[in-house]
Design a protein around this ligand. Structure first.
Ligand code: NAG
Ligand code: NAG
Ligand code: NAG
Length: 253
């Protein structure tokens, strides 16, 4: 269910700046969306499309958000071309008219990245596969909603709830807010990516929710859920919640 955070990112490809159109994604099916492995392991990514006139599938990786895409190689019909021809690291298999698999062997820490396939010439991208080669043990996030700020500011009509997810590894996470059992999508600002402590390798990430003081009533329960993929399971029981405060709506001048 993560995948989506890799969508529509701005990518640079040999200096070019590209926006991946949202509607382009439905043509190319890339699986899996996430992979967590130990160093030395291999993994296989699949890319398929159903556009009969297309006969080329390309593969790229992107190390960090906003950084450039690097080409790995491409398949034209059934002919495979690796950027570095004698590279034993990568193996391509399949027919680019329908589907091609990329196998990456003996993964190293440095190869943790998001891998993308594209059909035709970088026109239609898959959703991306985030691969993490583990550098430490997996650890679920600790979640806390900080004491709301802006309560004391009389003239302000809103307060801000800040949800902090920390001490987790790796960074296969997404943060969602709910009011009761309804997901809140508006007035939410979540960090685009997690930041890492160089020493412990642990990540942290925050998300902010603006709530009008009028709505911040004691009967309303706001919950922050940090969805975490640990390599085999999607875990969503790392949460914190906070109720509105009595009388806060009277605070508005
Ligand atoms: C890719 O993302 C789109 C849009 O969010 C989604 O509908 C689709 O199911 C995703 N495909 C895969 C293979 O995850
Ligand atoms: C690609 O990988 C998938 C999943 O591992 C497998 O089902 C499929 O047969 C493979 N295709 C080719 C062309 O090797
Ligand atoms: C992932 O979560 C499952 C379910 O909670 C657990 O059984 C498994 O040991 C976890 N894996 C890791 C690597 O922590």
């Amino acid at each position: 269910f993560f995948g989506h955070s890799f969508l529509c990112t701005l990518v640079t490809l040999s200096g070019e700046v590209l926006y991946i159109p949202q509607n382009a994604l439905k043509f190319v099916d890339q699986t899996p969306s996430e992979v967590i492995v130990h160093s030395g392991q291999a993994c296989t990514l699949s890319c398929s499309h159903s556009i009969s006139s297309y006969n080329t599938i390309l593969w790229y990786y992107q190390h960090e958000h906003g950084q450039g895409m690097h080409i790995i190689g491409y398949t034209f019909h059934s002919t495979h071309n690796l950027e570095n021809a004698d590279d034993k690291k990568y193996k391509l298999k399949g027919d680019a008219k329908s589907s091609v698999n990329l196998t990456i062997s003996e993964l190293t820490f440095k190869e943790s990245a998001v891998y993308f396939c594209a059909a035709s010439s970088h026109t239609y991208f898959g959703n991306g596969t985030k691969i993490t080669v583990l550098e430490r043990d997996v650890k679920e996030p600790e979640v806390e909603i900080l004491k709301p700020s802006g309560i004391e500011t009389r003239c302000k009509k809103t307060i801000t709830l800040v949800c902090v997810a920390e001490k987790f590894y790796p960074d296969h996470v997404s943060i969602t807010w709910t009011l009761g059992d309804k997901e809140i999508k508006e007035n939410v600002a979540t960090d685009p990516y997690a930041t890492q402590d160089k020493t412990t390798k642990l990540f942290s990430m925050t998300s902010r929710l603006k709530v009008s003081k009028k709505e911040f009533k004691p009967k309303n329960k706001y919950r922050c859920t940090v969805n975490f993929y640990n390599g085999t399971h999607d875990i969503s029981d790392n949460t914190d919640e906070i109720n509105g405060i009595e009388g806060i709506s009277l605070d508005i001048n």
